[in-house]
Write a protein that binds this ligand. Structure first.
Ligand code: ADP
Ligand code: MG
Length: 317
């Protein structure tokens, strides 16, 4: 199979149900119909073999993870994901691998009603770059820079499970059910697009938790020129992280990456209405701290003492 047959067979054939794709794969560029009164969100993420995933992973899982981390960036902006391009670099032609990869793409894209509209296919060390496009009502995109002194800090779900899964990647002595649950969190994160309508209305700033909670909250603080004070007793730690990390569990939840929950801020004046909207939507989020004027991150320890918090998270350089 040559490059063009490969594209047609594995990628052009992936179905979608979007009438706003005027045309997709097959021309020099795709053409999309953007509705009036909406704005376009664009974001790219690269996943490199043996950095973001193991080469030994099922290609189905690699495709799902690549889609989910990209969808998560659109979720963090309060948008809805619509279109995707795929720049794929492959070491060789492996039909079985491509079939599993295309199946992972098909399933994860249909879950969010996203169309694959183009890409690029090259030979080289295995890597997957997706560019996702989403829509948001005009001027409703949530930025990192909007947090104000007195805003409450929220997180959308339990933290630490993906980092725990990474620790267990080479272990063979872990309970199979626990390992399966943790690996699901690592390979199939659940991007929080379900929060978009509520966040559009109430969030003053938001970010998705990819590098590690404290590092990502620090990005909000830097962009907003504020600081944060957390209450460690309120941090939602994944129960398996509690089990395996014991006293270290909170530390783990604060610095572990790859959770793809959202961290966001809500003004105190809007908090009651926000909580009501969440409840109506059947969603739960956790209030874990408050924005303060003094730069930097602080945390109330379980002992009641407030101490500076080290910002730890993943950085490629
Ligand atoms: P060009 O050389 O003009 O950039 P290509 O030959 O690279 O075009 O691609 C042909 C068509 O196939 C384009 O529409 C491109 O977007 C699409 N395409 C290429 N690789 C992929 C891929 N991995 N997934 C989806 N579409 C792809
Ligand atoms: Mg061209």
């Amino acid at each position: 199979m040559n490059e063009f047959e490969l594209i047609d067979f594995f990628f052009k054939s992936i179905p979608h149900d979007r009438s706003d794709v005027v045309f997709g794969i097959g021309d020099d560029a795709a053409c999309l119909q953007i509705p009036a009164q909406t704005q376009l969100l664009v974001s790219s993420d690269t996943l490199v073999a043996d950095v973001h995933f193991l080469s030994s992973w099922d290609a189905y899982d690699i495709a799902c993870k690549a889609v989910m981390v990209n969808v998560s960036d659109i979720a963090a902006m309060g948008g809805s994901p619509c279109w995707l391009t795929l720049a794929l670099t492959l070491p060789d032609y492996n039909q079985q691998w491509l079939q599993r990869f295309a199946q992972g793409l098909t399933d994860s894209l249909s879950r969010f009603n996203i169309a694959l509209i183009g890409g690029d296919t090259t030979r080289g060390p295995l890597s997957v770059t997706l560019t996702i496009h989403g829509l948001v009502p005009a001027n409703k995109a949530i930025r990192r820079s909007g947090a104000k002194v007195g805003d409450k800090i929220y997180v959308s779900g339990p933290l630490g499970a993906a980092a725990q899964a990474v620790v267990f990647l080479s272990r063979t002595d872990i309970d199979a059910d626990d390992l399966h649950c943790l690996n699901q969190k690592l390979m199939h994160p659940n991007p929080r697009v379900d929060l978009a309508p509520v966040l559009q209305q109430f969030a003053t700033a938001a970010i998705d938790i990819s590098d590690g909670f404290s590092a990502d909250l620090a990005h909000i603080c830097d962009a907003s020129q504020v600081g944060a004070n957390l209450n460690l007793a309120k941090i939602p730690v994944h129960p398996l992280v509690e089990n395996y990390q014991g006293n270290n569990a909170i530390e783990f939840a604060l610095s572990g990456g790859d959770d793809y929950e959202l961290c966001f801020t809500v003004s105190s004046a809007d908090e009651k209405e926000f909580l009501h909207a969440l409840e109506l939507a059947g969603l739960t989020c956790y209030q874990i701290g408050i924005i303060e004027a003094t730069p930097g991150l602080r945390a109330r320890q379980l002992t009641g003492e407030v101490t500076p918090l080290d910002v730890k998270g993943y950085s490629h350089f």
